[in-house]
Each structure stands twice: as C-alpha cells, then as structure tokens.
Design a protein around this ligand. Structure first.
Ligand code: HEM
Length: 475
C-alpha cells in the first residue's frame, strides 16, 4: 500500500520549515527576506521549499543549485515571476523585464539592448554624455563646505548619468521636475519590494487590500508620461531640417522604429526607457554608496585605491572609461562591493514554466524561484572570511560578475541576466574613481558609527538605512 515514507524522493518537494495553516511561511519572511532565507537555509539546505499563502516557492542558496536553475535548466526557469502590482498600464505586453523569454517581443528587445544600446560602439558613442555629468559631480562636491550626503549625491548623479545616456539631457524640466522623476522611481522601487497579500492570495487581488497596485499605477504612469514627453519633443525636433543627431539611446531607438528590421513601436520604446531608468538608477547608485561606506571604513584600502589612481591617471581629474582595464585594484574593489552588498540580494524571482526535478526533488509548475545571492556571497564555505571587506581576494582570482562564476552573480546569469552590465560596470568604476581620486574624505565627528552602519533596507535595491554623510577635502 502507498505510504508517504515509501514515496519515491523524486515526487517529494524540497525540504522546508514547518508552516502555519493558510498563511504558510509568510511570517518567516520578516523585513529582510534575504537574511531570513539565509538563516533557514542553514537548516533546510541549498534548495528549500516555502509556502507563501497559496504560492509555492523554492529558495536556492548555493552556486551548484544556482547553476542548475539558471543555466542547466535555464529554459524551465526562464520567465520572470510577475507580481500583480506590476501587471498594469501595458507592462505585461511591453516591458522587457516582464515578457516571457519565449516571446518574440522579449527576444527583439534583448537583441536591441545587446546590439544597439550596450554594445562597445554604442557605449563609446555616449561616453561624453556621462563624462560631463561626472565632471559636474566633482565640481559640486568641490564646492561643498562641511559634510555632504554622499548617498544623495550619488543618487542624483547616477540618475543624471542614466538620463544623459538615454536622452542626452538631465531631465529637462529643471530641479523641481527632476525631483518628481526621482520620487516616482524611488516610490516605484519601494512599493515593488513590499510583500503583497494579492500575490500570496490571488483571490484578494481585485480588492488590492494594501493599495500597492494603485500606487504602482500612479508612479509608473508618472514615469511613462515623463518619457512620453521626451519622445514627443524629440520626434518634433527630428522634423527640423537642421536637426543634428544625438549620441543617446533615444536617438538609436527612434532610428529602429517601424519599418526598420527591428520594427520597434513607440509603445515599446516608452516602456523600454522606463525599464532602463528603473532597473539602472537605484541599483548603480546604491552600489556606489556602499563602495564609499566600505572605503571609509577601511582607510588602508582607500589609500591603496588612491595610489593606483594616481599612478595611472595622474593629475587628470577624470577617468576615461577605457582606463578601467588598467586599474586592477579599482576592479577588485567594485567586485568586492558587489559581493558584499549585492543590491538585488534575491535577484528577480523567476517562475517554473513546467513541472521539473531539481537535485532529485519535485518542483511543480508555476513554482516561484528565488536565488539568494546574498547567502551565496556570504557563505564561509565559498569565501574566506566573508564578513571582511577585502578587495585583495579578487587580485589573484579569475572571477568576474558576467554570469559565468556562480559564486558571484549579482547581475544573475543565463537568459535573463542583466543586459545593462556593460553600462553599470562603466558607471560604477568611473563614479567611485572620481570620488576617491579628487577628494580625501573625513567623517563628521560624533557620527562615525551611525553614518557607517552597514544596516540595509530591503526593496528592489538593497539600500543603506542611514545615509552616509562625509566631509570631502579637495586634493
Ligand atoms: C549595480 C547595478 C545593477 C545590478 C546589480 C543589476 C542587477 C540585475 C538583476 C539581478 C536582474 C534580474 C535578472 C534575472 O531576472 O535573473 C536585472 C535585470 C535587468 N537589468 Fe539590471 N542591474 C544593474 C544595473 C542595470 C543597468 C545600469 C541597466 C540598464 C540601464 C539594467 C537593466 C536591466 C534590465 C532591462 C533588466 C531586465 C532584463 C530581463 O528581464 O530580460 N540594470 N538586473
């Protein structure tokens, strides 16, 4: 007769913590799910089951299991798990981050990103736009008397670098309009990070009990409107016979509009621009802030970095993006920041397209799959002294973050790997170099501990809880 102990292992779900009736393991998520999952994985292993209301989820916490789900069985797990609140305003049909990997629209948008936006040539062409924004950051920091909010400066500059790469300009409407844009991005990322009852219990979705969907419609709608304004302005300008083409993404995208082999629609361009702003700004800015926190906590590492920058770029204030390859300690520093502070600690959740087996366990169709990069990058079995900030660990190791080395996949791996890596990499190296090469940094007396705390806030991007304030001294 059938009994559970005679059930073959391959029909069993991966091990997981006991659950409460109805809500399952929801209470165990806590405010920092990446930390709660890492803690639970110590007991239940690198492939762990969770029941989140009606949702069945698995959490992967080792490089071996990550290789399995992102690479070997990459096709099965190639689709994003789209939360209810994101399925608004045409996002399902147009957003590169939400379309299924099998769709022609996703393949087309990824091809555009790879070949036209983030290719070496395209990024060389838009380099001057980023350079200019970095120069302004150096001027602004140089004018600062006393302490400044480093996080805020990096956030503003990263948004401006992103907007410059996309549209050539800072958001054209001036400081107030730029603030509106930032608020939309910030709120969008905050709300999307909140656990939503509508996802755990789809039966409640029509009522939107926490009002998250309503907020998302407001903020996403605001962003789409801003981008729409820029597109219309550009389309009008392009009609002028004296019009001079720009070197930004929008120009490239409008050149690929219907009729061209890529056949992009205005709707697709609009959603792609919003996706790039949302996916690229806070992630890169938070990583830069973490880099500065760690360098201020480790003056010896900062001194090493400054010495390297001095010897390679000398009296120049700015780094050329092509200089990055000649700065091994800077590269090691950025890798170590991405290891120690992966800003997307659970990557983006994926869904199982069909029933499958992983490590001999059953993974039912539609399972929500998280990869806990945070747990992997702090695992003492993989990294020596993982709780130490030690760029040197990368100097003699051939490990990078391009998705081949599963112990370091802050940008994910496989089909859905972040397409923005080439731009993110350029921005991160240049921004950290600009802040370290041109200034010495001192902390406000009395506030050292608070400002340098490593406490973070979970959301779309893992951000520092207390902003970093420090005093820049021009060198
Ligand atoms: C430190 C900086 C960044 C980090 C850590 C990061 C990380 C990630 C991660 C983890 C994903 C999800 C991958 C998955 O589903 O498995 C992702 C997706 C994505 N990222 Fe990034 N990202 C960064 C910067 C950027 C930048 C600068 C851009 C573009 C300007 C960008 C554009 C995107 C897009 C469009 C997607 C969705 C791709 C898809 O679903 O096909 N990211 N990123």
């Amino acid at each position: 007769a059938y009994s559970w102990w005679s059930e073959p292992r391959r029909r069993r779900l991966p091990p997981g913590p006991p659950r409460l009736p109805i809500i399952g393991n929801i209470l165990q998520l806590g405010p920092n799910p990446h930390k709660s999952f890492a803690h639970l994985a110590k007991t239940y292993g690198p492939l762990m089951s969770l029941h989140l209301g009606n949702q069945f989820a698995v959490v992967v916490s080792s490089p071996e299991m990550a290789t399995e789900v992102l690479q070997k069985q990459g096709l099965v797990f190639a689709n994003p798990f789209n939360p209810v609140a994101k399925r608004v305003l045409g996002q399902d049909e147009n957003s590169v981050g939400m379309l299924p990997s099998s769709s022609a629209a996703w393949k087309k948008l990824r091809r555009v990103a790879r070949e036209k936006l983030f290719s070496f040539q395209a990024l060389q062409a838009s380099q001057a736009l980023r350079h200019e924004r970095l120069r302004r950051l150096i001027d602004r920091v140089g004018e600062c008397r006393g302490a400044m909010n480093v996080g805020e400066a990096t956030f503003t500059t990263m948004s401006n670098i992103m907007l410059a790469t996309l549209f050539s300009a800072d958001y054209g409407g001036g400081a107030a309009a730029s603030k509106v844009l930032r608020e939309h991005v910030n709120s969008y990322t905050r709300y999307i990070g909140l656990p939503n009852i509508s996802d755990f219990f789809p039966i409640f979705a029509p009522f939107d009990p926490q009002g998250i969907k309503k907020k998302m419609i407001h903020h996403l709608g605001g962003l789409l409107e801003i981008v729409n304004g820029m597109i219309e302005q550009r389309l009008r300008a392009r009609k002028d016979s004296n019009y001079q083409k720009k070197n930004d993404f929008l120009e490239t995208l409008l050149d690929l509009i219907q009729g061209h082999e890529y056949d992009l629609s205005i709707e697709e361009i609009k959603h792609l621009c919003v996706d790039l702003i949302i996916a690229g700004s806070d992630t890169s800015a938070a990583t830069t802030e973490w880099a500065m926190v760690e360098l201020l906590l480790h003056p010896d590492k900062l001194a090493k970095l400054k010495a390297e920058l001095k010897s390679v770029i000398g009296d120049q204030t700015m780094l050329e993006e092509s200089d990055i390859s000649r700065l091994p300690y800077l590269q090691a520093t950025i890798k170590e920041v991405l290891r120690y502070h992966p800003v997307a600690p659970l990557l983006a959740p994926h869904a199982a397209e069909e029933e499958t087996q992983v490590n001999g366990y059953l993974i039912p169709k539609n399972t929500k799959m998280f990869v806990n990069v945070w747990a992997i990058t702090r695992d003492p079995a993989i990294w020596k002294d993982p709780e130490r900030f030690e760029p040197e660990r990368f100097l003699d190791k051939d490990i990078d973050f391009s998705g081949q080395h599963f112990e370091l996949i802050p940008f994910s791996s496989g089909r859905r790997i972040c397409p923005g890596i080439p731009l993110a990499s350029r921005m991160l190296h240049c921004m950290v170099a600009a802040l370290c090469h041109n200034f010495d940094w001192e902390l406000e007396r009395g506030n050292e501990c608070k400002r340098l705390q490593r406490e973070d806030v979970f959301g779309l991007a893992l951000q520092k809880k207390t902003p970093l304030w420090a005093i820049p001294i021009k060198v």
